[in-house]
Design a protein. Structure first.
Length: 394
């Protein structure tokens, strides 16, 4: 146990300064079993350690971070470890990489039932269906999703500012005032293109080639998160990788399931299942008309965020229109319903706002019934809203 406390202290003390994630305030930390899901690379480990630092500090042994990837847990059970920590006065156990531990859901349930004063916070892949696939945890676990950096978070990190987030209705009604306040302190357009290229994933700060690091992350997502959690045989990995590539180079596309089935040599049903797995893994986004959802075919498929488009298509110039639409779709998703647009628009948001994503240099006519998310626009007017400002939704 002492070695785990030493590791905990070291990790908390050496945590790299970062922006405070809003999810920290959205979570009810009094709940006894909390699951933090997120795609690989968005900072789940850092988030757990940030919680430990903010609420307990490095030296307080009432809180302990542990990674279940540790070889120690090949012999000792999670319940035995949690029980020993509990007997020593432990209050909060932070568990990383929970899916690496066999029968983790049953062990967590046992901890929940037998250690009533212990709170457990665990991280897991976005591919995991905590309640649907783990009936042991039904009625016990409260789950949250940690996203990659919003443009607002990236801008705060890069400039040292502390800009707040806004609800969509606030941006629609007050975008000129909000944008003017931002411009009093910083030029957001100076940072926007960099964000679209590499700002979503916190590891852009590491001294490694970002594109190579992101490619590694994407492959690890397929090999570990998708194959391991969904129990798909390793021999199907090349088919998954080819499907992701075909979707990426044609995004945004209305998938031709029959053609994809022929090219990858799998059934149509399997193609749709694989696309759903890629969406669960936060590698692609599926856009549906209002009222439709999986297992129906989506009207369009985008890459999940704009960063993913660059390393997967290195020999082709990425279409800036697709980058803009991918950014808009990604940033709106957190607290809004996003569907396929109607009447010549790309997106229908919250069943009532029709949006077109445009470049200010190519915008020719404006309709009053449409909201415009406009790139290369500093401060908007009426229904013309700067595209970068939609990065302030979380």
């Amino acid at each position: 146990m002492e070695s785990f406390f030493r590791t905990h202290r070291y990790l908390v003390e050496h945590l790299q300064p970062s922006v405070r994630r809003e999810l920290m305030d959205e979570i009810n930390w009094d709940d006894r079993l909390i699951g933090i899901k997120g795609s690989r690379g968005v900072g789940k480990t850092t988030f757990l350690l940030d919680y430990a630092r903010e609420y307990y500090g490095a030296e307080n042994e009432k809180c302990l971070y542990v990674n279940l990837n540790h070889f120690y847990f090949t012999e000792r059970t999670l319940f035995d470890f949690a029980s020993e920590f509990y007997r020593r006065g432990g209050k909060v156990l932070l568990i990383d990489q929970v899916f690496k531990y066999p029968n983790w859901s049953k062990e967590l349930k046992y901890c929940y039932d037998q250690l009533p004063q212990l709170r457990i916070v665990f991280s897991g892949s976005s591919v995991m269906r905590l309640k649907e696939e783990n009936p042991d945890l039904a009625g016990k676990v409260v789950s949250y999703h940690l996203r990659g950096f919003s443009f607002r978070e990236y801008l705060n990190l890069m400039t040292g500012n502390n800009f707040p987030s806004y609800k969509l209705v606030d941006i629609l009604n007050n975008h000129q005032t909000i944008a003017a306040k931002v411009y009093e302190l910083v030029e957001p357009m100076d940072y926007f293109q960099d964000y679209l290229h590499h700002g979503f994933y916190p590891f852009f700060r590491e001294r490694r080639n970002f594109s190579e690091n992101l490619l590694k992350t994407m492959n690890m997502t397929l090999e570990v998160d998708v194959l391991y959690i969904k129990q798909i045989e390793q021999r199907y990995l090349p088919k998954l990788r080819k499907l992701l590539y075909l979707l990426a180079v044609s995004a945004p596309c209305s998938p031709n399931v029959s053609q994809l089935s022929k090219e990858i040599e799998i059934s149509r049903a399997t193609v749709m299942n694989y696309i759903k797995y890629l969406a669960d893994a936060r590698l692609v986004n599926m856009l549906y008309p209002m009222g439709e959802q999986f297992p129906k075919k989506p009207s369009k498929i985008y890459m999940y965020n704009s960063n993913l488009m660059h390393p997967i298509c290195p020999v082709e110039e990425v279409n800036p229109n697709v980058v803009r639409e991918s950014f808009f779709f990604n940033q709106l998703q957190k607290d809004n319903q996003v569907n396929a647009g109607v009447r010549g628009t790309q997106f229908l948001v919250n069943k009532k706002y029709n949006f077109k994503v445009e470049d200010s240099r190519k915008l020719r006519s404006v309709q009053d019934s449409i909201c415009y998310a406009v790139d290369n626009l500093r401060i908007g007017s009426e229904n013309l809203i700067p595209l970068w400002l939609f990065g302030f939704l979380y």
